[in-house]
Ligand binder design. Structure first.
Ligand code: IMP
Ligand code: MG
Length: 180
């Protein structure tokens, strides 16, 4: 018999699977209309973006290319403020528009660092999409070009977002420990 994780008892639903699906359909329409089949590389930021990325790219033109990049900045429920970027293979982006896909923009350090990383590789343009946005936590003057949901300052899990690597595979977004 499957054991229910005690962590799950501390999660309160914030955005349901249906709400996520509905919003991602809308975002797909907007992003397709913006790029209009131009050469586009959709660059997912691992690990957190993997579920959003999988759902979003299936709403986008099959002519677009898909790749991943790695960044890590959170330990427990706290941002270290210093995202560490790792590429899976280093190529340049000449001739491509680049769309960075992350699941949440919080302090903004990750997108800032990734944008300068991409700029050095000469893409036609760089834009960003984030499923969630926590505007109250921003430390650098940066915003995503497309945002799914603005949320208050909660620590959220599920749909790719983790607490110490757990809870990423919940099919919805929840608040961890809403009472604290
Ligand atoms: P930023 O560099 O502070 O904007 O943070 C971006 C990264 O921190 C996100 O891509 C997430 O991986 C992680 N992060 C930020 N807020 C949360 C949260 O509430 N839950 C889980 N991970 C988070
Ligand atoms: Mg992330």
């Amino acid at each position: 018999m499957a054991r229910i994780s005690p962590l799950l008892n501390q999660v309160e639903t914030l955005i349901s699977a249906d709400q996520l699906n509905q919003r991602i359909i809308e975002m797909g329409v907007e992003i397709n209309a913006y790029y209009r089949e131009q050469p586009l590389l959709i660059l997912g930021v691992l690990k957190g973006s993997f579920i959003f990325m999988a759902d979003l790219v299936r709403k986008l033109s099959p002519n677009y290319e898909v790749d991943f990049i790695r960044s890590k900045s959170y330990v427990d429920k706290v941002s270290t403020g210093v995202p560490v970027i790792k590429t899976l293979h280093d190529h340049n982006f000449e001739g491509f528009h680049v769309l960075l896909v992350d699941e949440i923009i919080d302090t903004g350090h990750t997108f800032e660092k990734l944008i300068s990383f991409c700029k050095e590789r000469n893409p036609l343009s760089i834009k960003t999409v984030s499923l969630l946005n926590k505007p109250s936590k921003r430390e650098v003057d940066i915003n995503a070009n497309w945002i799914g949901f603005n949320i208050d300052d909660h620590f959220v899990v599920g749909y790719g977002l983790d607490y110490n690597e757990k809870l990423r595979n919940l099919p919805y977004i929840g608040i961890l420990n809403p009472e604290t």
